[in-house]
Design a binder for this molecule. Structure first.
Ligand SMILES: CC(=O)N[C@@H]([C@@H](O)[C@H](O)[C@H](O)CO)[C@@H](O)CC(=O)C(=O)O
Length: 266
């Protein structure tokens, strides 16, 4: 998968959608599920509808407890869409599957010939760095998923990023990428700190999918609708505080705001 230079990937729900100036470049569909059969059906469906790739998280109710078991699970899913590039989505805080990504990558192409890369949503930069270091010959995509640490991951060799905040902090993040590419690390750090200030603020208020939807609605004016149960809609207080913070950090001016209907879109 070729990543457009200096462009970020935004994650919308379960679909990874790299953006270019002309819109969606590629669509990678997440097909993870608790049941292998369901995952395989989703993978086949993704192939039928023309997806550019599929991504899978580890099953998290009945968990794989060794690397080999996890690989076997992933292999069976990948085999259901043998023509599609395959990505493993490593997000241990949510799946509870803590098998190190570095271990998983060891010899993975022998098992999963369509393996293309990793979405790495964990703060363990030792594991991430070793994934990159030990696979320099493989041309894998190393997509980082902890937005507040992206700069550190770029230093480690991240080839792309997939995260929730790029849906509305993309401009600032692109400025950080630009500064990084120009080797202006002090400027890049300023951008990263600014992004961190916002994320740190919302994390303290309670931040997740519902809050992401509320902020996206606020910024874009496109009603994202309520989250599905068991998630609860973000409170009005949250949205007001997030809006004030975005403005105080200069992420957003009054004129940037669209007429978002926070209540709409069921
Ligand atoms: C745990 C989590 O939700 N991580 C996010 C990050 O983008 C995260 O929202 C961001 O780094 C702020 O902490 C993504 O990596 C994952 C994500 O958005 C998703 O799978 O929906």
């Amino acid at each position: 998968m070729a990543f457009p230079k200096k462009k970020l990937q935004g994650l919308v729900a379960a679909t990874i959608t790299p953006m270019t100036e002309n819109g969606l470049d590629q669509v990678i569909i997440h097909v993870g599920a608790l049941s292998l059969k369901e995952s395989q059906e989703l993978a086949q469906h993704a192939a039928e509808i023309g997806a550019d790739g599929i991504a899978v998280i580890a099953p998290f109710f009945l968990k794989p407890w060794t690397k080999d078991i996890l690989i076997n699970f992933l292999k069976e899913v990948a085999a259901a869409a043998p023509a599609l590039p395959f990505y493993y989505y490593h997000i241990p805080a949510l799946t509870g599957v803590k098998i190190r990504a570095e271990e998983l990558l060891d010899g993975i192409l022998d098992k999963i010939p369509t393996f293309q890369g990793l979405k790495f949503s964990d703060t363990d930069l030792l594991d991430f760095g070793q994934c990159v270091d030990q696979n320099r010959q493989q041309q894998f995509a190393f997509l980082f998923g902890v937005d507040e640490q992206l700069l550190s991951a770029l230093v480690m060799g991240a080839t792309g990023a997939v995260g929730s905040t790029y849906n509305y902090l993309g401009k600032k993040t692109n400025q950080m990428l630009e500064a990084f590419e120009q080797k202006d690390f002090s400027l890049a750090l300023n951008y990263q700190f600014c992004i961190q200030r916002f994320i740190n603020f919302v994390v303290k208020l309670g931040f997740g999918v519902s809050q992401t939807k509320a902020i996206m609605t606020l910024v874009s004016g496109i009603p994202m609708g309520p989250p599905r149960l068991p998630l609860q809609k973000a409170s009005r207080e949250f949205t007001d505080s997030a809006e004030a913070k975005l403005k105080s950090l200069d992420f957003l001016s009054f004129t940037d705001l669209k007429d978002g209907n926070l209540e709409a879109g069921s």
